[in-house]
Design a protein around this ligand. Structure first.
Ligand code: SF4
Length: 502
């Protein structure tokens, strides 16, 4: 693909100003070194050290995003026959249940409350154990997930001492504190990995149940899909693999327990989202190789299929013919759905680099990509592809990084998290919320190629509305035009009302 000239951001003066850690907003519950130290002292050192290796921090320590435990909660709530129980402060649990139901969970979230006495005496652990016994009905559940939030983790509530199974219902306890897990995306990995570990140990002990959804007659090599993707993408990927004599396996995090066995039984793992480090480790222990990137756009799709074919030793001639056809079909879709705009992109889902690749192939100028996730070996290929096209990538980007990029680059459209989009709109720049509007649509193969243009171009065409709104509301809510200035308030504030001033 030929790069548009405007995209080459190479000169030093074109670099986006770096925010420093001190400049970042280090407030809120995600930033507690005291709790981190308390958890270490309470016996959680090993867990926290593993998290630090799997999800390295810096340059920005913690994202300014939602509670990380939401990721694990979401994975549990999306699984059939799985009960999910939170142990933590009531305010945290309120926020997490609110968010999970906002995002469409139709399940009850279990909660084991505590007070300072039950926390200090160890009674909280007994309460959690009793709750798991009460819940462990094999007619209803395959698994119970218990999630320690910040306070129980800092207090060392030992979920590893829970029974491994009750009445045949598996019990999985995980610590997901905001002070040890940087993003909710990575918290998805924590639970997915814990489940894979459990399922792997079951498979090692003897035959396990066949997944209800498995294609029992398939002798094709299969590829497990690692990352929470849009459902159509799994179908598209299967369609890309079938002509090569391969098939797509389950998506991990899975929707039912038995799919974990099928995923572990796949011949190859595709880390479509690159931050699933602990899950990848479980696959590696099961002897499965992992490839990075994903089939996005023309180049991404062809390169991804080449990697799959190489690992699965698929027929080269068939591959070459299939790739030629895909080059034509995806190029045609892209030609019909061009994007001619400068776009800054940021998010905390872990798929930001893939979206940027697709936008660029559609013709967009994407000078900046910020992701709250860390760089991993499975993001290396996308990173190299983007950097070769002049894109500045910030891993563990802070809100200030993303906002600086907007201010400096003045894009036609800002795709980002809620506060990033808010900042853009305040400056009459159209904005799209990454999580709800971008990551909730297909990205892969021919189906993904045309999916972004509609929403992106539609948002950009609305720029005049933001200009009208800005002109209309100019100055409202700022300085002395903020709030209600009654004569009494003005006097209390030491100000004269306009009438008094006359
Ligand atoms: S569990 Fe921790 S990170 Fe999550 S809302 Fe509560 S204090 Fe914040």
């Amino acid at each position: 693909m030929t790069m548009p000239e405007s995209q080459a951001v190479t000169a030093a003066e074109d670099m986006i100003p770096l925010t420093t850690l001190e400049q970042s907003v280090e407030s809120g519950c995600h930033n507690s070194s005291e709790q981190y130290e308390a958890a270490q002292a309470a016996g959680k050192s090993e867990t926290l050290e593993q998290y630090a290796k799997d999800y390295p921090q810096g340059p920005h320590d913690q994202p300014q995003s939602m509670c990380p435990a939401f990721g694990s909660l979401r994975v549990g709530l999306r699984m059939r026959r799985t009960a999910t129980v939170l142990s933590g402060s009531a305010c945290c649990v309120y926020g997490l249940t609110f968010t999970s139901h906002f995002y469409g969970a139709k399940r009850t979230v279990g909660y084991v409350p505590f007070d300072s006495e039950t926390l200090v005496t160890g009674k909280l652990f007994e309460d959690i154990r009793d709750a798991t016994h009460d819940l462990a009905d094999p007619d209803k559940y395959d698994a119970i997930v218990v999630i320690n939030l910040c306070v129980p983790t800092a207090s060392g509530v030992p979920l590893d001492l829970l029974p491994k199974a009750i009445n045949g219902v598996r019990v999985i306890g995980i610590d997901v504190p905001g002070f040890g897990v940087p993003t909710h995306a990575e918290a998805k990995d924590i639970l997915a990995a814990a489940m894979l570990r459990y399922a792997r140990s079951e498979a090692e002990q003897g035959p396990v149940a066949r997944p209800a959804s498995a294609d029992i007659n398939s002798d094709k090599p299969s590829v497990a899909l690692l990352g929470e993707i849009f459902p159509v993408d799994a179908i598209t990927i299967n369609g890309l693999l079938q002509p090569l004599g391969a098939s797509a396996g389950p998506v991990v995090p899975t929707r039912e327990w038995r799919e974990l066995y099928a995923a572990l039984n796949c011949d190859l793992v595709a880390a479509l989202h690159p931050h699933y480090t602990a899950s990848q480790r479980e696959f590696s222990k099961a002897g499965r190789a992992t490839i990075g990137s994903a089939p996005v756009g023309v180049e991404g799709t062809v390169r991804w299929l080449e990697q799959v074919a190489e690992h699965l030793n698929l027929n080269k001639e068939t591959l070459s013919k299939h790739c030629d056809e895909l080059r034509n079909s995806i190029s045609a879709v892209i030609a019909d759905h061009p994007i001619n705009a400068r776009i800054t992109l940021s998010g905390y889902e872990g798929s930001e680099l893939l979206v940027a690749r697709l936008l660029i192939e559609c013709g967009a100028d994407v000078p900046y990509v910020g992701t709250a996730c860390a760089s991993t070996p499975w993001s290396a290929e996308d990173r190299a592809w983007l950097e070769a096209r002049g894109v500045e990538i910030r891993f563990r980007a802070s809100l200030e990084d993303d906002v600086s990029a907007i201010d400096f680059l003045k894009p036609d459209l800002a795709i980002g998290t809620t506060p990033v989009v808010q900042h853009a709109k305040e400056h009459h720049i159209p904005g799209l919320y990454f999580t709800n509007l971008i990551s909730a649509r297909p990205l892969m193969g021919p189906a993904g190629a045309g999916s972004l243009a509609g929403i992106v171009n539609g948002a950009i065409e609305n720029k005049h509305r933001f200009e009208t709104m800005e002109a209309f509301f100019e100055g409202v809510g700022k300085n002395d035009s903020a709030g209600i200035w009654t004569p009494e308030i003005a006097r209390t504030a030491g100000l004269l009302t306009p009438k008094e001033a006359v």
